[in-house]
Design a protein around this ligand. Structure first.
Ligand code: ADP
Ligand code: ZN
Length: 432
């Protein structure tokens, strides 16, 4: 059932280890330029941190801090001790660099292996990693975890769908890692090749790296006849392996022996009550080369209250609702792309891709949603199309409280990114 002991820890055991590891982390961090300066400036003595609540005396570390300390201001050990570096995808601006020692990589691989084992993947499974390798952590991060677990691991990388499908069938791949937007696309390609995605041997899919909804998960599970498990991580906290769904598929266990997690109000930085949405803040407890303390992830989620039937005590976070930066404000209303996705992916006529476009017409902001239809619904009957368009518009309006312009387009006609999907194009800046 369990890959390692820490997975079985009680709340007491977790907290005891967290305090010990926090103190060790702070002592290490004090050796870095960034935290050394910060602790001096704020008169923080790591030795005076004795409880988990004390962690709140330490200021947050932000992405801007990491950028300002570029490239090595957070290193707590000499560069010669580092064996790898990764760079975040840069979805929201300049990328940040994270260094790892040998021990750090081993810690990360074991967390990743734990996640995979938890959902039922075993050394006898053949695992194909379909995310980009290179600087993106979804490549090597997942790869080393799968090898640690003992799976035959195929480093397929991103793109080249025909080859992906050939590898899956030729080597009888039973477990994959894939980002949601690509998984949707790949299903179309499988169909084009005259096969049904259900006929592929895949049983488990680790799906993450970008937000997606419960509706999208169910859709992928049905399309491929496989189980989809949500996988969350970010480069600053290693990459994948931070939080992961268990077989219950209800929230992701965040590994508290490895991280301290807080959820705060993004405006005030104050903790929000359990169960309420806020920004995830995290502290590394296992990293020696480049510890990061109270990192503002900018990801919005909530702690799910109550125990998990799987028996793991590590707290669960809800599916990521989006990034703080993803919020669209239109006519004074706040909208998240995932609200749009949830509506679209629940409609059987809608295909696997969509795009939100923001424009300014006169002084009015306008939200347009381009929606790919499945081939069988992209018909010549104007009346049918108009009725469908109206139905989609009405459902979206009920959810987002403004009326979008809905444009129905043919399957596979919208642009598709090689890596993380770009869901929103904002044309308003150029005109204002
Ligand atoms: P970047 O922040 O530049 O995209 P990363 O490659 O480190 O860099 O990606 C980490 C981010 O990806 C997270 O902060 C989060 O916003 C997003 N992410 C990762 N996994 C998930 C997931 N399962 N659900 C939603 N978002 C995710
Ligand atoms: Zn569980």
């Amino acid at each position: 059932m369990f890959y390692d002991d820490a997975e079985k820890w009680s709340r007491q055991e977790i907290e005891k280890a967290q305090v010990q590891r926090l103190r060790r982390t702070l002592a290490r961090a004090a050796g870095s330029r960034f935290y050394g300066d910060l602790f001096r400036a704020k008169a923080i003595d790591p030795d005076t941190i004795h409880t988990l609540d004390d962690v709140r005396r330490i200021p947050f570390t932000t992405k801007a801090d990491l950028r300002a300390a570029y490239p090595d201001g957070l290193l707590a050990m000499p560069v010669k001790d580092m064996v790898r570096m990764h760079v975040s995808s840069g979805t929201t601006g300049a990328p940040t660099v994270i260094y790892h020692t040998k021990n750090d990589l081993s810690w990360w691989a074991s967390l990743m292996a734990r996640c995979m084992y938890m959902v039922g993947i075993r050394p006898t499974d053949v695992f194909q990693n379909m995310s980009g390798y290179g600087l993106f952590t979804g490549g090597l991060g997942i790869h080393y975890g799968a090898e640690r677990l003992g799976c035959l691991t195929i480093p397929a990388g991103a793109g080249n769908s025909m080859r992906q499908i050939k590898l899956i069938t030729d080597f009888h791949v039973t477990a994959v890692h894939i980002i949601p937007s690509y998984a949707m696309h790949l299903a179309n390609v499988v169909r084009e090749m005259g096969m049904d995605p259900k006929d592929l041997p895949i049983r488990f899919a680790l799906v993450g790296a970008e937000p997606y909804t419960e509706e999208s998960r169910r859709r992928l599970e049905a399309l491929y006849d496989m189980k989809v498990y949500n996988s969350y991580g970010l480069s600053e906290m290693n990459g994948p392996g931070v939080a992961f769904e268990c077989p219950e598929q209800h929230g992701m266990h965040l590994w508290e022996d490895a991280y301290i997690a807080e959820i705060v109000d993004p405006e005030t930085g104050d903790p929000v009550p359990d169960g309420e949405l806020g920004e995830l803040v995290m502290t590394t407890l296992g990293r020696e080369g480049m510890p990061i303390i109270r990192y503002r992830t900018r990801d919005l989620t909530r702690f799910l209250p109550g125990p998990c039937p799987c028996g793991r005590v590590h707290r669960r976070i809800d599916r990521i609702a989006g990034r703080c930066d993803d919020m669209i404000i239109i006519k004074g209303v706040n909208i998240y792309p995932m609200q749009v996705e949830a509506i679209l992916m629940a409609m059987p006529e809608v295909g696997q891709n969509y795009l939100i476009e923001l424009d300014r017409v006169g002084d009015m902001d306008q939200i347009k949603v381009k929606v790919e239809l499945k081939d069988e619904y992209f018909v010549e009957d104007m009346r049918a199309l108009t009725a469908l368009q109206k139905r989609i518009t009405a459902r979206l309006r009920d959810e987002i409280l403004v009326t979008p312009k809905v444009e129905l387009v043919e399957a596979k006609s919208l642009p598709r990114a090689e890596g993380k999907a770009k869901r929103v194009v904002d044309n308003r800046g150029a005109m204002s």
